[in-house]
Ligand binder design. Structure first.
Ligand code: NAP
Ligand code: ZN
Ligand code: ZN
Length: 354
């Protein structure tokens, strides 16, 4: 075992504070990674506060070292590792293992593993030991769950691709975003701004639906063709039957019905935002126009690599605000106020001073 340093929530709702723990020595298929940067995903906040307890089989596990948007450099590789070598630029996303034998794992949909993926934190390894995430100096992961970050992309702004990027790329691909398609991205936060960039690069017409017009100039710069405030009732009047696809990244419980009325016949609204509470919904917005309401979770390893290569080709990274780890609790407060442009990334060099 080797000593690792990070920041953890000791119990539910506790502010994050310095935490020491151990990482395993690399096994024959493992790579050891020096973590350089880790994005702050809204899911980190939901989980440190155990906000999903109504929906998940187990309560959150503490102490919790969050972080599943990890970018770093390989420092050691087990003797059977073939995919990576010391010095490679790599990333780790939301899971570090899965059963590998169920139909979903075999199809490359490890995120929907029938027995449950081993998540990067707030979860367990197959041997039962707790997983600790990327708000830390190093991590050891089986090479089959490690992603390659394209050489032309900077590590810091690539970190958010590992969750925010793939969470939007996967449904945009699945529901065929591309030329001739009208796509709405609801919520211009960490996930949403990646959705705008990726959908634009795929060739779709992109509309941002945000609470206000405060982020309009940014939205257009990121690649949006249109930008509307959802607080303005005229927005939904104007947009009746407009979209082929709506991807909702909102972290809070909102009324989905007006959005459903802005879909064309046969359109789909895909939820990726994971609010804490249940949202009541009538059947009529769906019946009127054979519409689908769907959900989507991150992406499998193969598709995550495809997304990273797509981003490499199109030179897409996240718009980030670098923060020292000592300011992580302030960063959480700002994420909760939708006051981040557009993803906080922790500079792990700051951990040396922790
Ligand atoms: P974020 O940066 O906080 O962005 C969420 C955005 O939602 C905000 O920027 C805001 O956009 C909008 N919003 C927030 N509160 C709202 C409210 N009360 N009413 C309307 N809009 C509101 O969060 P994120 O990291 O992108 O994550 C978003 C959600 O996705 C979280 O619930 C997270 O857990 C979930 N998530 C899901 C997956 C998955 O696999 N499905 C993966 C990662 C994250 P505007 O300011 O533009 O209105
Ligand atoms: Zn995430
Ligand atoms: Zn499986």
């Amino acid at each position: 075992m080797s000593k690792a340093k990070g920041y953890a929530a000791a119990v539910k709702d506790a502010p994050l504070a310095p935490f020491s723990f151990e990482r395993r020595e690399p096994r024959e298929h493992d790579v050891a990674i020096d973590i350089k940067f880790c994005g702050i995903c809204h899911s980190d906040i939901h989980q440190t506060r155990d906000e999903w307890n109504e929906f998940l089989p187990e309560p959150s596990i503490f102490p919790m070292v969050p972080g599943h948007e990890i970018a770093g450099i390989v420092t050691a590789a087990g003797n059977k590792v073939t995919k990576y070598k010391v010095g490679d630029k790599v990333g780790i996303g939301c899971f570090v293992d899965s059963c590998r034998t169920c139909p979903e794992c075999k199809r490359g949909l490890e995120q929907y593993c029938a027995v449950g993926m081993n998540q990067t934190y707030n979860s367990h390894e197959k041997d039962g030991s707790p997983t600790y995430g990327g708000y830390s100096d190093k991590i050891v992961v089986d090479e089959n769950y490690v992603l390659r970050i394209p050489e032309n992309l900077p590590l810091d702004a690539s970190a958010p691709l590992l969750c925010a990027g793939i969470t939007l790329y996967s449904p945009l691909r699945h529901w065929n975003a591309g030329p001739g398609k009208k796509v709405a991205i609801v919520g211009l936060g960490g996930l949403g701004h990646m959705g705008v960039k990726i959908a634009h690069a795929m060739g779709a017409e992109v509309t941002v639906l945000s609470q206000s017009l405060k982020k309009e100039a940014d939205g257009k710069r990121l690649g949006a063709d249109h930008f509307y405030a959802t607080s303005d009732p005229k927005t939904f009047e104007k947009l009746q039957r407009y979209f082929d696809l709506i991807i909702c990244t909102v972290s809070a419980d909102i009324n989905w019905e007006p959005y459903l009325f802005s879909l064309k016949v046969d359109g789909a609204m895909v939820l990726v935002g994971a609010p804490e509470k249940r949202v009541p919904l009538g059947a009529f917005p769906l019946i009127a126009g054979r519409k689908s309401l769907a959900g989507s979770g991150i992406g499998g390893i193969k598709e995550t690599q495809e997304m990273l290569d797509f981003c490499g080709k199109h030179n897409i990274t996240s718009d980030i605000e670098l923060t020292p780890i000592q300011k992580v609790n302030e960063a959480y407060d700002r994420v909760l106020k939708s006051d981040v442009r557009y993803r906080f990334v922790i500079d792990m060099a700051s951990l040396k001073n922790a």
